[in-house]
Design a protein around this ligand. Structure first.
Ligand code: AHG
Ligand code: MN
Ligand code: MN
Length: 348
């Protein structure tokens, strides 16, 4: 049996110039995850269910657990010397002091994903994404440090609090999954080098929004429901409503998760920087694909030059930008891209 800590240290030896800082940072995330896991497991007993009456930066109701999870991770990361600042649904926090001025990394995160599921005992998750700072060492970082394309990620991962708790991460050398053993208080290696199965049979989308979906998506849903022996259709429809849990199932079984733009929300619901990008990094590392329908998620520049030059644009707001997301088994993502492209040709 190999613990997450042992595994990360072993991997570090593969990089001769590694300083151990990323290892320390991942271990802070591991600690935060254990704290969140402990309280989620007692959610019905502690007074942590439901909304806390606060509205977050994007006008969404914050749940008590959103706040709790954010605080737990913030405390674990701030205590270290490796992190210059963090950003999440709750906003950007630039850490103060000399330690932060010299810290190499920044962390973006969705501390509690799927928060509406927590009150009904359905799987939720935590998503994290790690980048090198872009501001020179020795200076305080700025909001722009958090607005990097996903391709620049150093590491990304998630914790899924499900029937068991698992931590899944990548540093660009494959995707590895660890299952939490509560009796040991350790995450233990359970799936090394996870890859999507070649052919997936699951599609995950909130079909309640069907009427407002673009034509290409409606056609893909029809395609999933048709009978075809060669591709194993009809596919099964599975939707939990927690991106982490839906992604995790599709990663292990083969499938596609979709949150398209709709007539009312052209950019969809999911946040590019702390939901789409980390999941896209994991998907690509597992042999899958993630796009917004036409572009690879990891290639999207959240702060292109034309926005940098526009003084009316507040970089703090760009943190919460949204993107449509099609993520999962490569052949399934390519099929939906093909139908999106064909349907847009038909319009003109
Ligand atoms: P969060 O709880 O962090 O706001 O994220 C919820 C997200 C995502 O996890 C999930 O897949 C999606 O919202 C579900 O949205 P719908 O209820 O619109 O399907
Ligand atoms: Mn989320
Ligand atoms: Mn959240």
């Amino acid at each position: 049996m190999q613990t997450l800590g042992e595994f990360i240290v072993k991997k570090e030896h593969d990089f001769p110039h590694a300083t151990g800082e990323l290892t320390a940072l991942l271990s802070a995330i591991k600690l935060g995850a254990k704290i969140i896991n402990r309280d989620i497991n007692k959610a019905g007993l502690l007074d942590i269910l439901g909304a806390n009456g606060v509205t977050n930066a994007q006008g969404e109701a914050q749940t008590k657990l959103d706040k709790f999870a954010n605080d737990a991770l913030k405390a674990a990361l701030e205590a270290r010397t490796e992190v210059a600042g963090i950003a999440s649904e709750e906003g950007i926090v630039i850490f103060k002091g000399e330690k932060a001025k010299n810290a190499k990394y920044i962390v973006l995160m969705d501390p509690l994903d799927g928060s509406s599921n927590i009150d009904v005992n359905v799987s939720v998750g935590t998503i994290f994404s790690i980048y090198r700072r872009t501001t020179a060492i020795g200076l305080p970082i700025t909001e722009a440090d958090f607005l990097q394309p996903g391709r620049a990620q150093i590491a990304a991962g998630y914790i899924v609090y499900g029937s068991s708790t698992m931590l899944v991460y990548t540093t660009g050398c494959g995707v590895h999954a660890f299952t939490y053993d509560p009796s040991l208080g350790e995450f233990c290696l359970s799936h090394e080098k996870v890859r999507y199965p070649t052919q997936g049979h699951i599609y995950s989308i909130n079909e309640g929004n069907y009427i407002k979906f673009p034509l290409g998506i409606k056609e893909y849903i029809k395609y999933c429901q048709q009978e075809d022996e060669a591709t194993g259709r009809p596919y099964s429809s599975r939707y939990i409503g927690s991106l982490v849990a839906d992604f995790h199932r599709n990663l292990l079984k083969g499938g596609i998760y979709m949150y398209p733009g709709t007539a009312s929300y052209p950019q969809g619901k999911l946040r590019l920087l702390y939901e789409c990008n980390p999941m896209a990094f994991l998907a690509e590392e597992a042999g899958g694909k993630a796009t917004d329908g036409t572009r690879l998620i990891l290639d999207i520049d959240p702060y292109p030059n034309e926005l940098r030059q526009d003084l009316k644009i507040d970089p703090k707001k760009l943190l919460h930008q949204r993107s449509p997301l099609f993520i999962g088994s490569q052949s399934m993502v390519e099929k939906v891209e093909q139908l999106i492209a064909e349907s847009s040709k038909n319009i003109f």
